[in-house]
Design a protein around this ligand. Structure first.
Ligand code: FES
Length: 130
């Protein structure tokens, strides 16, 4: 019996030893962005103007006052979760790719394509991402 990468990673996870990513050992969260029903709600006040937050594998940014954008946090390079949002970039910790907080496009490789955009709608004092 041969053991491929998927089998090996599944065995590590099944033993409770923790999930190791393909990017150097960072712990990864479950893959589905936005929670069980695919929708994420958070107070608009949780998203700093000129910055953003990462919740449940979703990046929510507010590049301009009252304008919210959302992206799947999965880095298109090798699948790590981006974890930092600055005024100028959404940053992947694994190999340093950076993405534009306004549209998710790549601003610094090694990623060759941008983050997957999600729909962000303001309802009252919440941002609803679907
Ligand atoms: S997984 Fe390599 S830069 Fe994000």
């Amino acid at each position: 019996m041969s053991i491929n990468r998927r089998t090996a990673l599944g065995a590590v996870t099944a033993t409770g030893a923790g999930a190791l990513s393909a990017c150097g050992g960072e712990e990864q969260q479950p893959r589905e962005p936005g929670g069980k029903d695919g929708e994420l709600r958070l107070p608009t006040s949780d998203v700093p103007e000129g910055g953003g937050v990462v919740r449940e594998r979703v990046v929510v940014t507010q590049p301009r006052s009252g304008t919210f954008e959302a992206f799947d946090a999965t880095c298109p390079h090798q699948g790590c979760a981006v974890d930092e949002v600055t005024e100028k970039a959404i940053v992947c910790p694994c190999h340093g790719s950076e993405f534009d907080p306004t549209d998710g496009s790549v601003t610094h490789g090694p990623a060759e394509k941008g983050l997957t955009r999600m729909k962000a709608t303001v309802k009252g004092d919440e941002v609803v991402v679907s």
